[in-house]
Design a protein. Sequence first.
Length: 402
Amino acid sequence: MIISSPALSGAVPAPSRRPLRVLLVDDQAIVGEAVRRMLAAEPDLEFLYCGDPTKAIQVAAEFQPTVILQDLVMPQVDGLTMLRDYLANPGTRDIPIIVLSTKEEPKVKAEAFTLGASDYLVKLPDPIELAARVRLHSRGYIAQVERNEAYAALKRSQERLAEELAEAAKYLTSLLPERLHGPIETDWEFIPSAELGGDTFGYSWLDDNHFGMYLLDVCGHGLKAALLSISAMNVLRNQTLPGTEFRSPASVLAGMNEAFQMDRYDNMYFTMWYGVFDRQNRRLCFASGGHPPAILLAGESAETAQPIELTSPGMIIGGFPGTTYGERVVALPPFSRLYFFSDGVYEITRPDDSMLTFREFMAILASGPRDGGVIAHTINAIRAVRGPHSFEDDLSIVEVAL
């Protein structure tokens, strides 16, 4: 073997670039020496000669050439057969092959290109032309390798991110409240999107007579949104808002707005619905910080119950310090089912790109069975609307039988 390399001669390749490596496979040592001399004046090219074509693939695996110069007429293995072997081997399949042969027949050239050759030169070519073609094909190959590596790295990164998001979704789900059975009954559904949004919700007795409940939706997707929603959830669960009256929805929203100003949370904000049920007086007090209206199915009986939209205008949480929030109070008839949710439940895009409207969603919810299973009915209906595609946003809906 004849080896010429900048590493051996003392030259140092540019650290930010891959070396350009030329492997010559030819049974004639004199040709190997001639090509070595042709490329010796090119400091950016590393050269290796292989005189035994039966070892060419093994040598290529060790040398990692960016281009292979391949002779056609050899006693051990025919050069055209070598082209087939290169193409069949995963390690050499993509390496550009420049045929370097004495044959000039168009038919031979056409067959060489059919078998995967990238270029064809009649030996021995002018050194300037040879170096130029080697550089051209080598750089194209290196660009392809780097694209493939970047794609593989991106794919690995996306897989790791998907795993992290799945773990975050699992953890977030574990923090959600248990379904209640008793004086107050609850049901809920939480379906995280592939990118994981910032939905979370909860409820608990504030005292013997007042039952608090909330749902919030952080802007954006990903781990940052999930972490902010968990932080907000912990504040609400532990009631760690100084000066806040948790039986007053307006007070809670104002306290959350001050605690989660978006300039302290990487410009992230959230919408929020908060309600308090007064069991003794059968009243519901509620307020909203930029959140979709809740829906109350209410009537003297299940059969006569009608949907009522519970609206309460209010600014997003985290937008402006000092924001005040209003609250509303509604009296609850004997049959009352409250539904609050994130916008991912009704902002559903159909396969034809049309959007489900809030009124259509409200009608879907109201058409559910009054003896239970409204959430399951609603989810099945919007899945039918969405078609085979996954949901674009987190989907959260909570039912409270009051």
